[in-house]
Design a protein around this ligand. Structure first.
Ligand code: ARG
Length: 442
């Protein structure tokens, strides 16, 4: 029982929030005349001493005392005597832990936000640097149309922008204080829940005591936002892994984020990217764990809910590492833009430009233009040249309406420059979107 019941091995991470919640609670009890000003002061000072001890020596893990709330209260009693027992007036561990955990998740969201800001700065800087660099754009991982590397990186900026809005949204919904809901039904003491909510930086107290102690939506909101973010980080990690492979050769990952092989001296393995991809799986597992823990619980508190914390702590630690590693890789990766350009030029990636030219300049219906272009690609393929190197006689033999002006659209640079629609890959569009992102932030 002692071992299965104890949460102190992991919920000691809530100690700062637990002390802050208790200090707000006891100050309110004094203000409402529920405990004397003198007792409240002794309790508050005692809590400061406990906090200083935790800061210096860590939280003692005593399984007999079960959890962070009991460990702290018991140390407080050792320090100030029986008056410590007045702290738990008009409160239960049920509303106490719900408050502590909300405070913790709120701080966690702020940490993620800071990390994502740095990640976006890194993406913007590298995208600006490579706004003109042409690379193959893919569908089905087959060369499709040329795009710019800046545009590709800005796609991830757009994903992270949505992630940030999900975390901000989660933070806002989280920011109501359950303290004072007591065990499940509220309390008969004349407490002031608005005062404790304000003291702890919450927008307001929660409105239903049963929901207050049984709700873990805030933790799920965090895990779901973390899941979606980790999914994005994993997709970028996957691209880096593919791009770093010899057949692609689009990037060289810095030594700081790669490892060698113990047997193959030539190896430079993209371990950090692989772990970002791997961690995404674990983070999704944490989200799933808490969903399944919560799905069958009747109101109000059940001890199953003590299992809410390990998956959130684990996901947060993994996410912090993933964000930092990905930011570091983006900042330091070498993009081999010569290689990207060569591959963009070799895959007939301007075929659509040829078809579009026939529609625009020769008034050919697009479907027909598509067939004509298919024949041009076949000719280039058998000649072993890029489309732009086919002689005009060959092109004219395929369709007489083609003339010399076609060469202006067959280069990859002309192709990307032409895609000026809002959000398109043209370098000027990419620079405009970078400027927009910087302005939105300022
Ligand atoms: N350690 C518990 C948890 O994390 C605190 C709440 C305990 N409440 C109770 N009635 N046993 O959920």
């Amino acid at each position: 029982m002692r071992e299965i019941n104890a949460s102190i091995p992991f919920d000691k991470r809530l100690w700062k929030q637990d002390i802050a919640g208790s200090k707000a609670h006891v100050a309110m009890l004094a203000k409402q005349g529920i405990v004397s000003a003198e007792d409240a002061q002794a309790i508050s000072q005692g809590l400061d001493t406990v906090a200083a001890e935790y800061e210096a020596n860590g939280v003692p893990v005593n399984l007999d005392l079960e959890d962070i709330h009991m460990v702290t209260e018991s140390r407080l009693a050792e320090l100030i005597g029986p008056v410590a027992g007045r702290l738990h007036t008009a409160r239960s561990r049920n509303d106490q832990v719900a408050t502590d955990f909300r405070l913790w998740v709120r701080d966690a969201i702020d940490e993620v936000e800071a990390g994502l800001d740095a990640l976006q700065q890194a993406l913007l800087a590298r995208a600006e640097e490579h706004a003109d660099a042409v690379m193959p754009g893919f569908t089905h991982l087959q060369s499709a149309q040329p795009v710019t590397l800046g545009h590709h990186l800005m796609a991830y900026h757009a994903m992270v922008r949505r992630d940030r809005s999900r975390f901000a949204d989660a933070r806002e919904r989280l920011n109501e204080c359950p303290l004072g809901a007591a065990a499940l039904a509220g309390t008969g003491f004349p407490i002031d829940r608005h005062a404790t909510a304000a003291a702890l930086g919450f927008a307001k107290p929660t409105d239903n005591s049963l929901d207050s102690v049984s709700d873990r939506d805030f933790a799920l909101d965090y895990l779901m936002a973390a899941t979606q973010l980790s999914l994005h980080l994993s997709r970028l990690a996957e691209e880096f892994i593919i791009w770093a492979s010899q057949p692609f050769g689009f990037i060289k990952l810095p030594d700081a984020y790669s490892t060698g092989s113990s047997i193959m001296p030539q190896k430079r393995n993209p371990d950090a990217a692989e772990l970002v991809r791997g961690h995404a799986g674990r983070i999704m597992g944490c989200m799933n764990a808490l969903c399944v823990t919560m799905k069958g619980l009747p109101l109000a508190y059940s001890k199953d809910m003590q299992d809410d914390k390990p998956p959130v702590f684990e996901a947060h630690d993994l996410l912090g590492l993933s964000i930092a590693a990905m930011t570091g890789m983006i900042e330091t990766v070498t993009f081999r833009t010569d290689r990207m350009r060569a591959l963009a030029e070799s895959g007939f990636a301007t075929a659509t430009d040829l078809a579009d030219w026939l529609v625009r300049e020769a008034n050919v219906p697009f479907r027909e233009a598509h067939h004509i272009t298919g024949r041009a690609v076949a000719a280039a393929e058998s000649a072993g040249t890029p489309l732009a190197d086919l002689p005009i006689e060959t092109l004219k033999a395929i369709d007489a309406r083609i003339d010399d002006r076609i060469y202006a659209v067959l280069t990859v640079d002309a192709s990307v420059a032409s895609r000026k629609s809002h959000g398109g890959t043209a370098p000027d569009q990419v620079r405009a979107r970078i400027a927009q992102a910087r302005k939105e932030k300022a």
